[in-house]
Write a protein that binds this ligand. Structure first.
Ligand code: 5GP
Length: 186
């Protein structure tokens, strides 16, 4: 069946079935790795807003008990891209200490956001700290960061859909896609 694309979409990079299949594989591996923990010992921390759909799909496919929590980050305006400065605008409700923490992030680009998260959460005495990231753009990396569970590597293009936005649009598309250049030029 042909998918009718919205006008702004240039091309689908990862279709819905491909994403769902990979998220299931990631959930299976994570469920094996975290087997035996109690609900209050395993905490998923989603990074808003971009990870909200990935988090919902991944968490629902886990077969091990877990809790979910969220943080929200904001890059400092103007110089963000240059300096990689990140700031937290909403923290978790749950206490991280002595819990096995899995950070759930949409995409790793330069690596500054993940580096920041490792630093902040690492300082809170978690029992362990790992990351599950749906997408990675290896060509863009400026700082080396470990991703424990990765969905897909993608080329250096701006992508939208499945939680990811452009100017707060396109987040609820079920696939991951590239935009037409005309969208940016508006
Ligand atoms: P980093 O700190 O690794 O450079 O950037 C991570 C953040 O940049 C992601 O959490 C995401 O918010 C944003 N980002 C990087 N590349 C893309 C992209 O292609 N599309 C969208 N929507 N956000 C991106």
């Amino acid at each position: 069946m042909d998918i009718i694309l919205p006008n702004s979409i240039e091309r689908i990079l990862l279709d819905e079935a491909t994403i769902q299949q990979r998220v299931q594989q990631m959930a299976d591996i994570i469920s094996t790795d975290y087997a035996g923990l109690r609900n209050e010992e395993f905490l998923l921390v989603g990074v808003l807003k971009g990870s909200f759909i990935f988090m919902a799909d991944l968490a629902r496919r886990l077969t091990v008990p877990h809790r979910v929590d969220f943080i929200a980050l904001s890059s400092y305006e103007d110089s963000a891209a240059a300096t990689g400065a990140v700031r937290m605008i909403m923290d978790t409700r749950a206490d991280v200490a002595r819990r096995h923490v899995l950070i759930v992030e949409d995409i790793v680009d330069t690596g500054y956001t993940l580096q920041y998260l490792y630093r902040i959460f690492g300082a809170r005495q978690p029992a362990s700290l790992r990351t599950a990231v749906l997408l990675s753009k290896p060509d863009r990396r400026e700082v080396e960061v470990t991703v424990d569970y990765l969905g897909f590597q993608i080329p250096d293009v701006w992508v939208v859909g499945y939680g990811l936005d452009y100017a707060d649009r396109f987040r609820t598309l079920p696939y991951i896609a590239m935009l037409k250049p005309s969208v940016y030029e508006k």
